[in-house]
Design a protein around this ligand. Sequence first.
Ligand SMILES: Cc1ncc(COP(=O)(O)O)c(C=O)c1O
Length: 371
Amino acid sequence: MAPEGREGRVRPSPRLAIGALPAYRPGRSAIQANRDHKLTDSIKLASNENPYPPVPAVAEAVSQAIGSANRYRDHRAVDLREAIAGWTGVDADRVTVGAGSVALMYQLAVAYLDPGDEVVTPWISFEAYPIMAQIMAAALVRVPLADHAFDLDAVADSVSERTKMVALATPNNPTGTALSTGQIRRLLARVPDDVVVLVDEAYREFADPALGDPVADLLGDHANVIVTRTFSKAYSLAGARVGYAIADPEIIAAVDHCLFPFNVNGLGQAAALAALGALDETQDRVAGLVVERDRVAAALRDRGWAPPDSQANFVFLPAGDRADDVYAGLERKGVVTRPFTGWGIRVTTGTPAENDRFLAALDEVAPEPPG
Ligand SMILES: Cc1ncc(COP(=O)(O)O)c(C=O)c1O
């Protein structure tokens, strides 16, 4: 017999907040497109991945590390933290690492958000933010973009008594627009010191260095700022899941309290360390991708589209109401992009041949941009 008060409960129920969570929608794969459209040569420009495999030194380090994968690796990944600290010019107690920067954002949410708290973010932005907030039963306050860019005055105006966090993706996903550290500094002046400000720089390496470095420019004066970065994009390591965060040691300690044991696996640690030893090669690739991104954006403008100025490894096609149709047409031609219903399409920068294929497909699917 069920103990008193539990009658009628036939199965475990997840927390209410979990039932209400939006699902994270990953980009579709080339294999799915091949299968659905009976194609053999689909390409994926859907998840802002680097089109090139990891540099040879990384592949070598990972194949060595697999030999000792029977052992747990360092839970805190101390070698990697120290290497990142030396590279970025901060003390090691200001650095933590996670299974992708997204894991660090979830840890940050677990550490700081209580039910009913608010997380303010410009919107449209990274689709993990609603999950990050809502998983803790916090509310995401979405502040509309102005002309595809962040309206920081409106962000500041949206900060209330209940605000616990502000999340800023710069460059922003999916629009590619970016903030300078001067703009962030002006926002910080209007945000209370007990609000955590997440500066999510997943695409930092593709951005104009003149925008500044939030770590060097902001952390000294602002103990409430946490900067997250990743090896997923510029360093071709999306599948290895290694991200890092830099912040005041108190924030780092709180994020570390929520670290699952051995979350950054040994192969990922080896890969990231090796990537730090091959920065020149990465830099050359990034420079090539930036040239390609700008070539695609210019080709779109020649065709009458108005993509926002992207500082990331993708461009955004403001297709508005036609986003889903244009997306579907491109996929039927074997070019998998990422639709944002009612907004537009995000197109990852691929190899020159992949980018040409996208432009050729677009010419067939949508020869005229939306009026
Ligand atoms: C803005 C933004 N932040 C973070 C991430 C997650 O990156 P990671 O692979 O480090 O979890 C992404 C991935 O698409 C992103 O677009």
